[in-house]
Design a protein around this ligand. Structure first.
Ligand code: IMP
Ligand code: MG
Length: 177
């Protein structure tokens, strides 16, 4: 694809923000067991960087798939899927942190939170790389986020895609269609 992309956050700034979130999680979960669940596919880079900034906390990593977007439109219909390891995970004593790329309408996270609550997790929190609170249709909040974004723009890069393109960009930018 060959669209214009207007840079918004540099790789350096992203690294700093992720470091801060990792530090906060390290403090908040000291002495607890966490399961960090990355929401595929968009959150894979954020999760990879985040775990390298978490210190002195016992954690495991897993992934779940959630799909609600087609191009740049939310379909409002969230499908989730995961592997047997996560299905059979013993959630007792574990605190779940759902690691998401963008918290937008909140429909995806609402479905995922219900899923982990029903599995008996000690607590379920959300770490979003970007929080777009102006599009929220429910009362879901990001417990941790790197950026609050209030512009009505579609962004790509740092794992975020437009029809599977642009995930590899080290920065985040606005996609001009
Ligand atoms: P929602 O919170 O259920 O609306 O879904 C959020 C999901 O939509 C995110 O996980 C992204 O995958 C996708 N999304 C929302 N806004 C953007 C954007 O600006 N760029 C790329 N993906 C987006
Ligand atoms: Mg996503």
């Amino acid at each position: 694809m060959n669209n214009t992309i207007i840079p918004i956050y540099t790789a350096e700034d992203i690294a700093e923000k992720v470091k801060k979130v990792g530090k906060k999680i390290s403090e908040d979960y000291y002495g607890k067991k966490i399961l960090l669940v990355g929401v595929l596919k968009g959150a894979f880079l954020f999760l990879a960087d985040l775990i390298r900034n978490i210190e002195n906390v016992d954690f495991e990593v897993s992934f779940i798939r959630a799909k609600s977007y087609n191009g740049n439109k939310s379909t409002g219909n969230v499908e989730i899927s995961c592997d047997d390891d996560l299905k059979n995970f013993d959630f007792k004593d574990h605190h779940v942190i759902i690691v998401e790329d963008i918290l937008d309408t909140g429909l995806t996270i609402a479905v995922l939170k219900d899923y982990f609550d029903s599995k008996g997790a000690e607590s379920v929190k959300v770490a979003a790389f970007m929080d777009k609170p102006s599009n929220r249709v429910n009362d879901i909040k990001a417990d941790y986020f790197c950026y609050e974004f209030n512009d009505d723009k579609f962004v790509v890069g740092y794992g975020l895609d437009y029809n599977e393109s642009y995930r590899q960009l080290p920065f985040v930018g606005e996609l001009v269609l």
